[in-house]
Write a protein that binds this ligand. Structure first.
Ligand SMILES: [Zn+2]
Ligand SMILES: [Zn+2]
Length: 141
């Protein structure tokens, strides 16, 4: 868990200043492992930060992505999910429960010989399938 104080100190060291609202969004995302959507962030924070609007969350998430503090995931075709874990890792989406799981990968082990003359700006790994929990539910039925 990262506290608001720890986050804002970390940001200050990088000369980034966020408003309280924006800081709350980053705090929520930093302590969340579920890759929440705008809607989920909004319903989680609206009690604690009543002045927060979905537009503010949207703008904040865009801003935080630009600063590379968070990543937007496009694994779900219906809505964007957000991740405060910016180190390279793969994502697995369960098509039964919709949950998005993290997994470690060695991205440099991919054979990309055919891209030798290309400039690569982004490497994204998305897997889709059924998670163990849903698989066991299917087997019980
Ligand atoms: Zn599942
Ligand atoms: Zn992730």
């Amino acid at each position: 868990m990262k506290t608001l104080k720890e986050l804002s100190d970390e940001l200050k060291r990088n000369n980034i200043r966020l408003t309280h609202q924006r800081l709350k969004v980053l705090e929520y995302l930093s302590n969340s492992k579920t890759h929440p959507t705008v809607e989920e962030i909004y319903s989680a924070l609206k009690k604690e930060v009543p002045s927060l609007s979905k537009t503010t969350i949207y703008n904040t998430l865009n801003y935080l992505s630009e600063l590379n503090l968070i990543k937007a995931l496009t694994i779900d075709e219906n809505e964007a999910h957000f991740d405060a874990d910016t180190h390279t890792h793969g994502h697995f989406k369960c098509s039964a429960c919709g949950k998005i799981y993290d997994f470690d990968i060695n991205i440099d082990s991919f054979d990309t010989e055919h891209l030798n003359n290309f400039e690569i700006n982004e490497k994204i790994v998305y897997f889709k399938g059924i998670c163990p929990r849903c698989l066991s539910n299917i087997n019980i039925e």
